[in-house]
Write a protein of this length. Structure first.
Length: 272
């Protein structure tokens, strides 16, 4: 076990923020597995319609990799966002504040001073996930003392590219990762040759101008046995993706999907 991951003899709580990949049990890195094996407590924070499915995957990961010592799973109930706060940024800030309080209380209550706890984060903690911001806030409040380590995971963006067996951008090009909300508000940025869209419950690709000049690489439930993929010209696939997505969501009760939009070049130059 690398020194950085080894439990030291100091009496200080240790937290591991572990990226667990985007849905495939084999996405877990060996570094993540080594960290998991040291944990006494696994904290899971869940939200959204996919809560039960994601919790199930986390449980399976724990059962598969944490055989060597006893551990507990502690679920943190996610406080609801207050609809009465109209400003989006203020609403999210208030929600984060309540989540910080919940995590702080759980660490103090559940983790003895020389114990290690883990926060299992979907995909990678650096991408559309607030766990690391919550931890920054916990450190600033300084009411519970702990050390922490971040372990990277396979993002849904990497899973999407792998399933479509494609490079995200053209040779030497750039890629923008954004949300469905931003795509609706701002459209496709002129300078971006490739855009990955996440957190899009509304199929925001529908309103884009010149769909015949765009390629879409769409993936839902990436990495899972239920994975669905579609790739081709946006003008030809847009309606089909909307239909397939609605049917799948109805069938499973939840959906997570991500897509890449790329300007059609008509060339195969994509090995950069
Ligand atoms: C809150 S973000 C979390 C992203 C995550 N931290 C990551 O590294 O991929 C959730 C969004 O990630 C995307 N996503 C996550 N897992 C996915 C999967 N298995 N298939 C398709 N999209 C996924 C979807 O766009 C979803 O709305």
């Amino acid at each position: 076990v690398p020194a950085r991951l080894r439990a030291s003899t100091e009496r200080v709580r240790k937290l591991f923020v572990v990226g667990i990949g985007a849905g495939n049990l084999d996405h877990l890195t060996l570094q993540a597995v080594q960290a998991l094996r040291q944990l006494s407590v696994v904290f899971v924070m869940n939200k959204g319609e996919d809560k039960e499915a994601l919790l199930g995957l986390r449980r399976t990961i724990c059962e598969r990799h944490m055989l060597e010592r006893p551990y507990r799973i502690v679920e943190l109930s996610d406080p609801p966002r207050e609809a009465s706060i109209l400003d989006y940024q203020a609403r999210v800030a208030a929600w984060h504040e309540r989540r910080v309080g919940a995590l702080e209380a759980a660490i103090a209550r559940e983790l003895a001073e020389d114990d290690s706890g883990g926060l299992l984060v979907w995909g990678d903690p650096s991408l559309y996930d607030s766990t690391l911001r919550l931890i920054d806030q916990l450190r600033m409040r300084a009411r519970v003392a702990f050390e922490y380590t971040v372990i990277p995971g396979i993002t849904s963006v990497a899973a999407l590219a792998a399933s479509h067996r494609t490079v995200l951008h053209d040779v030497g090009g750039s890629v923008l990762i954004t949300t469905g909300r931003k795509l609706r508000e701002r459209g496709l940025p002129q300078e971006a040759g490739a855009v990955v869209v996440m957190l899009d419950g509304e199929c925001s690709f529908q309103g884009l101008p010149n769909p015949e000049r765009l390629e879409i690489f769409w993936g839902a439930y990436l990495g899972t046995p239920d994975e669905i993929l579609r790739a081709g010209r946006l003008s030809e696939l847009s309606a089909e993706i909307v239909r397939v997505r609605a049917e799948a969501r109805q069938r499973h009760g939840w959906i997570m999907d991500t897509y890449l939009l790329r300007k059609s070049t008509g060339t195969e130059a994509r090995d950069d």
